[in-house]
Design a protein around this ligand. Structure first.
Ligand SMILES: NC(=O)c1ccc[n+]([C@@H]2O[C@H](COP(=O)([O-])OP(=O)(O)OC[C@H]3O[C@@H](n4cnc5c(N)ncnc54)[C@H](O)[C@@H]3O)[C@@H](O)[C@H]2O)c1
Ligand SMILES: [Zn+2]
Length: 372
C-alpha cells in the first residue's frame, strides 16, 4: 500500500463521499477542492495541529481557493462547545463564506466534529472535507457524517448528520502522534477488525506494524476500517435499521468508563476495556468460541494496552450506563460478537455489563501504567 487507495461510497441518496488513504494523500486537495466547490474554502484546525502540520497543509492547497489563515479552535474536547461553534459561524460569515464555498476540518476528531457541525449550519450547509490527523479520526470519526458539540449534560448532545464530500487520510501526518493518542486510535482499528472477517484474517500480518505506528500498516488498517464503516453506514444511513449500531461494539461500557473517569481514560482506552468486557459477555451469551475470545483479547491488550483501572477511575461507572445516549425505553443494548465478522445486538442489564467487566479485569493485567 505504498500508493494511494481511493474509494467512493454513497452514504445516502444524492450524497457521495470520496475517500483517499495513503502517504502524501494531501496532494490530492488541489485538484479535488474545486470539483466540490468553486468558491472560497476555509480551514478549521487547532493551534497544536496547525503548528505541527500547517506548512504541509498550506503547501498542498497552494493553487486552490483556500483562505491561508485557519480558524483555530481550542485543542481537544474543549473545541466541542457551543461558544466555539458560535465563534466559528461568526468568523466564517465575517470572512465571506458563500454558498459556493466550503470548509475543511484539519485535525483530530474534535476538530472534525465541530468543524463539520459549523459547515452543516453555515448558510444552511456548505460542503465539508475531512482531513483527519489522529488515528481515531482517520479510522473512524472522519467518515459517517456525525457532527457534534457537547453540553454540560453530556457529550455529543447537539449535532447533525452532514456527510463529508471527501475524506483524505495522509498517513505521514500520523507519524507525529504521541504514543497514547496512537494507542487510543488503535482501539477503533481493533474494533473494526472484530467486525469484519477479511480484516480479522489480515490482522496477524498487520499487527506488529500497527503497534509500531508504521505508515504502511496504518494505511491498510485505516483503509480497512473505513471500508467497513462505509459499508455499514451505506446500509443504514439514518441509523434507523439498527445495523449501524454494531459500530458501537465496546462503546456502551467504554463511554460509561470514559465519563466516570472524568476523561482520565482516553476514549480508546475506555473502549479497550469495553471490548474486553464484550468478549467475556459474548462467550457467555452468544457462543463466541473461548479460544477465539482469548486471541481477540490479546489483540486488545497488545495494541491498545488499556491502563489498569483504579477504584477511583471505576467509581460510579455503572450509574453512568443508564445515561447512555443510545439507551432508550427498552433499556440497555450491547453489541456482542458471535464470531469475528458477525455482531449481534442484545438487551442487557447493567449487571451483565458490570459482571463482564469484572471478569475482564480479573483476567487481564494489561501492561499499561495505571491512571486514576
Ligand atoms: N463523529 C463521529 O462519528 C465520532 C466518532 C468517534 C469519536 N468522535 C469524537 O472524536 C473526538 C476524539 O477525537 P481524537 O481522539 O482525534 O481527539 P483530539 O481531536 O482531541 O486529538 C487528540 C490530541 O492529538 C493531537 N493531535 C492531533 N493530530 C496530531 C498529530 N498529527 N500529531 C500530534 N498530535 C496530534 C491534538 O492536538 C490533541 O491534543 C471525541 O470528541 C469524540 O466524541 C466522533
Ligand atoms: Zn469510538
Amino acid at each position: 500500500l505504498s500508493k494511494l487507495a481511493i474509494f467512493r461510497f454513497r452514504p445516502a441518496a444524492e450524497t457521495v463521499t470520496d475517500v483517499a488513504v495513503g502517504r502524501d494523500a494531501l496532494r490530492l486537495l488541489d485538484a479535488r477542492l474545486p470539483r466540490i466547490a468553486k468558491g472560497r474554502w476555509f480551514v478549521v484546525s487547532s493551534g497544536a495541529v496547525f503548528e505541527r502540520h500547517g506548512d504541509r497543509f498550506l503547501k498542498a492547497v497552494l493553487r486552490s481557493n483556500v483562505d491561508p489563515s485557519p480558524l483555530l479552535v481550542p485543542d481537544g474536547e474543549k473545541a466541542k462547545s457551543w461558544p466555539v461553534l458560535g465563534r466559528l459561524l461568526l468568523e466564517l460569515t465575517r470572512r465571506g463564506l458563500k454558498r459556493d464555498g466550503g470548509v475543511i476540518a484539519f485535525g483530530g476528531g474534535t476538530v472534525g466534529d465541530v468543524g463539520g457541525l459549523a459547515a452543516s449550519l453555515a448558510l444552511r450547509g456548505v460542503p465539508i472535507v475531512q482531513v483527519p490527523t489522529t488515528l481515531l479520526a482517520a479510522s473512524d470519526s472522519a467518515l459517517g457524517g456525525k457532527t457534534a458539540v457537547d453540553l454540560p449534560a453530556g457529550k455529543n448532545l447537539v449535532g447533525t448528520v452532514h456527510h463529508p464530500r471527501l475524506v483524505l487520510v495522509d498517513t505521514a501526518l500520523l507519524q507525529t502522534l504521541p504514543e497514547r493518542v496512537l494507542r487510543s486510535g488503535l482501539a477503533e482499528v481493533v474494533k473494526s477488525s472484530f467486525l469484519d472477517l477479511a480484516f480479522h484474517r489480515a490482522f496477524p500480518r498487520l499487527e506488529e506494524g500497527l503497534a509500531m505506528g508504521k505508515p504502511d500498516a496504518l494505511a491498510e488498517g485505516v483503509l480497512r476500517s473505513l471500508r467497513m464503516k462505509a459499508r455499514v453506514v451505506a446500509g443504514d444511513p439514518l441509523e434507523r435499521t439498527g445495523a449501524r449500531f454494531a459500530l458501537n461494539l465496546g462503546h456502551t461500557v467504554g463511554h460509561a468508563l470514559e465519563t466516570a473517569s472524568k476523561h482520565a481514560l482516553t476514549h480508546g482506552e475506555a473502549v479497550g476495556w469495553g471490548l474486553l468486557a464484550m468478549l467475556e459477555l459474548s462467550v457467555a451469551r452468544v457462543g463466541l468460541d473461548p479460544a477465539v475470545a482469548e486471541r481477540l483479547s490479546e489483540r486488545v491488550v497488545r495494541l491498545v494496552a488499556p491502563p489498569r483501572l483504579t477504584p477511583r477511575t471505576l467509581s460510579g461507572w455503572v450509574e453512568r450506563l443508564a445515561s447512555d445516549k443510545k439507551s432508550d425505553q427498552r433499556g440497555l443494548r450491547a453489541v456482542l460478537l458471535a464470531e469475528p465478522g458477525r455482531a449481534v445486538t442484545l438487551q442487557v442489564t447493567a449487571g451483565d455489563l458490570e459482571g463482564s467487566l469484572a471478569r475482564a479485569l480479573r483476567k487481564s493485567m494489561p501492561a499499561g501504567p495505571s491512571r486514576s
